[in-house]
Design a protein around this ligand. Sequence first.
Ligand code: ADP
Ligand code: MG
Length: 729
Amino acid sequence: MAEKLRFQVVKEAFKRKPVEVAVPTERPSEYFGKYVFNKQKMYKYLPAKVYAKMCDVIDNGAPFDRSIADAVAEGIKTWAMEHGVTHYTHWFQPLTEGTAEKHDGFVEHDWKGGMVEEFEGKLLVQQEPDASSFPNGGIRSTFEARGYSAWDPTSPVFIIGDTLMIPTIFISYTGEALDYKVPLKKALYAVDKAATAVAQLFNPDVKRVKCNLGWEQEYFLVDEDLYAARPDLVMTGRTLMGHDSAKNQQMDDHYFGSIPARVENYMRDIEIQALELGIPCKTRHNEVAPNQFELAPIFEETNLAVDHNMLMMSIMKRVARKHGFRCLLHEKPFKGVNGSGKHNNWSLATDTGILLHAPGKTPMENLRFVTFIVETLKGVYDHNGLLKASIMSATNAHRLGAHEAPPAIISSFLGKMVTDLIEHVETADDDMLSVAGKTAFQLHLPSLPELLIDNTDRNRTSPFAFTGNRFEFRAVGSEANCASAMLTLNTAVAEALTNFRKRVDELIEKGEAKETAILKVVREDIKYIKPIIFNGNGYGEEWKEEAKRRGLDCETSAPIVFDNYLTESSVKMFESMNVMTKFELQARNEIKWETYTKKIQIESRIFGDLCLNHIIPVVTKYQSMLIDNVSKVMSIFDKKKATEISKTNLVIIERISEHESFIIENVEKMIEARKAANRIDSEREKAIAYHDTVAPLIEEIRYHVDKLETIVDDEAWPLPKYRELLFIR
Ligand code: ADP
Ligand code: MG
């Protein structure tokens, strides 16, 4: 049965044709944002005064005035109903990595025996989802299970199918954040305030600093029927067993290769849908591993970019099925080939321009550039362990430090130009400061054409690399909510900038000229941040040693890495920047440990099941066939001759037995390890037990399963093999 099934599935998967996509007759620029209640729609559907107030909220961060809620809701309803919308939902980001929604219809009784479509302002603005079963880390006791979702007007509402989607924050009755959006928005506010204060030292006209995020989403596509034949993929999103394919990525022929037709149609489809939802998709290409691809939009304001990424991931999963694919967002679906990340391109920009653009035209602009680079690195250095925690998960742990990008140590690559520039600022002659007045110092910058600067020699091994006008945080996992990394990074940078401004002000108060004060503090910090700068090969063993010497966080165990959230310096940072309280951090850590445990637990269970119920029976059957053959040979030849003829079969029979007994014994051991871990009360200790005792057994046993795959008759093997999963498209 099983053998027939696999071949059948493979054959059909091979024959599958590309699914045609209905391409709109309009140009992308014309259908962009078709299903979004953006400013254009607001202008059309809202009264002029209400429109002006909404613009103030969106552009200037003014508070949303509840008195306009009804008018806004009415405009939204009219627009939505023109698109056939019948339902609405608050759409939020609980601490599950996904999004949550509960749909309600517009219809209400009209109390004349009929019904009428209604959508009042209060429904737009706030709701109370019965959300007691979302992770809350003990913040809400069951008797006070209420949670509130409240509209985030800086992220516009949009339509999916017949439903109006309203992006919301999610908080507990007592005001603690139960989602990613609340702390993210607070972090963005903090970095705005801190960066504006520093930017004003250089240009008093700066009013706001905005944080930009451009994410690049990597993913795998697997034929849907092959996927269905792999219970491990279905349950955990990754293959828990599978021998290397003879060919994988060693020929480097997939990266940027021509896109296979079935995949190209899929990409076209998701792009059209994304553009209609206002996600500014721009780039698509093949990635390094076979069947691995990437999609990237143009960067946007961070809060919006995060929402768009969450939305994009759900579009990618949904549309894949239409094309006979499953979209894998797991960080490491296949052993032996590259995993998937989500590079987060991060930058700060004032209302007058990007702050990280190098180098400027005047010495003062260059000093500003250096200041922002150095203070960003100060935030990253001070909290390097915490930043690692912000991107750590049971799934991303397979990438971090596991022989591929990026290593489990946070450091920053600056490239030669910026490194030289910073060194120059550190060592330049003090005299330069006082030539012909206060601002006449020279930085003697090498003048490079823009093009060269944008293409700073890129170091792909660095988890936090400067790439021309932004930093690229590459350690973020493909499946993760970007908000986790972005809120941590922005809070860290906000703290560094706040501190910077404070020290500069102190010097100015003591009578120092502004420029001198800035330079003094920058120079101090340049000396301080040196250990975080690393331009070498982040994959090398030497780097691990060197990083330890530099005092960087080198821990690789996920549950222990999470401790970084609760160190004194992390709590102080989050509390002083008004992003999260110690109580919230503790609650979130409980969730992180619990989630870690559950993921390994599920993997271990399904793995045990596959071993005992899928692999061992097939292997035993194959072995019996061989034994049968040997005994028949024995019955027709004399013993010496028969043994000679059966030599190889006897070896195989023995090998199979060895692998089999290892598997059976250790699956037993793994189950015992799970039981022991389950008895532990503390979530932290339990997660550590799962990490130390359960997870390694999966890998050890896997080795033997993979060996068996190379021994047993191909026809009998029940699970689609790597060469099939990775090369059929
Ligand atoms: P690569 O793969 O070479 O790093 P991509 O073109 O795939 O580059 O993606 C780069 C991402 O960085 C895009 O989302 C782009 O919009 C974004 N980006 C470019 N400039 C900035 C910036 N100043 N701030 C934030 N993101 C940026
Ligand atoms: Mg990139």
